[in-house]
Design a binder for this molecule. Structure first.
Ligand code: OGA
Ligand code: MN
Length: 297
């Protein structure tokens, strides 16, 4: 069946109908979805009653997927299969975590505007996030259209940032919230990576801003100057006209292209369960591992 798409925001975001991800995938489905993502940046699928295995299988249509440690200490059990980023506020026994729990500190980091995995040596193309338990109020996810935001920059600003490269690290965004409790091993395990701030989005040929709260400095600039420029750009890119707010329903699956959007979670009552499960497709074309490590992989 051909997919049908209704645009939900004047600039981006498509709501897909005619797809049941619990059924065998039809030929051409992945190509149709990639074409839709190239145009809309974010796709919303409603009423998807899928198992974790089906989410993994669907995600793999788009490339290799990440395995995630999610900054848990060694020995702490995972709630979900290792192919998931467990962005719930629940522990391995499906209990809501305490507000001083390390996992909750990490989840709070998602409330800052970001692109997934921009701090990893292999960053992400697509993220797929499924809603299993939602809160009655709050807990929306917002998306900002970084191609439209780039287009709307002044000519002077476009020229100023054209060749700038920012350093991204998970510890930058965590530090913004005062979460600095990481072992030297954890820090060494996720070294910072350099990412150009303006990138051509491969699927559309349009330029896009590639920034995130993980970006902490810009090469060739003082730290305060770099951070101020990043703050200004994030403020610009997240103005009302560039932002879509998604109010979740159980069974929603959102898929977005991290190369042309930023996103953030919104506040919700942390005593209530919110069960969200993300799979993430590796951007193998943006592999920043040292050559020796790549060869050995
Ligand atoms: C994510 C994320 C936002 C949310 O899964 O990458 O940022 O609303 N989630 O949980
Ligand atoms: Mn995210």
């Amino acid at each position: 069946m051909a997919i049908e798409i209704k645009q939900l925001h004047p600039l981006f975001v498509g709501e897909v109908s005619g797809v049941d991800l619990s059924q065998p995938f039809c030929d051409g489905l992945a190509q149709d979805i990639v074409a839709a993502l190239d145009k809309y940046g974010v796709l919303v699928f409603h009423d998807q009653k899928i198992t974790d295995q089906q989410q993994v299988a669907f995600s793999r249509l788009f490339g290799p997927i990440e395995t995630t440690r999610y900054l848990l200490r060694p020995g702490e059990p995972l709630r979900l299969d290792k192919h998931f980023a467990d962005v719930s506020n629940m522990d391995a026994h499906n209990r809501v975590v305490a507000r001083d729990d390390r996992k909750w500190m990490g989840i709070l980091g998602n409330r800052l505007w970001h692109t997934d995995s921009s701090f990893k040596q292999i960053s992400a193309t697509y993220s797929l996030l499924s809603a299993h338990v939602v809160t009655p109020t709050g807990g929306e996810t917002e998306f900002a259209d970084m191609r439209a935001a780039y287009d709307a920059l002044s000519l002077e600003m476009k020229e100023r940032i054209e060749n700038l490269v920012a350093e991204h690290s998970i510890f930058n965004s965590r530090e913004k919230l005062g979460f600095t409790d990481f072992t030297p091993e954890e820090r060494a395990g996720t070294p910072p990576v350099a990412q150009p701030m303006v990138r051509v989005h491969p699927g559309s040929g349009r330029k896009s801003l590639y920034i995130a709260s993980h970006a902490g400095l810009i090469y060739g600039m003082s730290v305060p100057e770099a951070r101020m420029l990043l703050l200004d750009l994030i403020e610009h890119a997240t103005q009302h006209q560039f932002v879509y707010t998604h109010k979740w329903r159980v069974g929603d699956l959102l898929m977005w292209d991290n190369r042309c959007n930023m996103h953030r979670a919104r506040d919700f009552d942390s005593s209530l369960p919110r069960d969200m499960r993300r799979t993430t497709v590796c951007d193998t074309a943006n592999d920043k591992r040292p050559a020796a490590k790549r060869a050995a992989a």
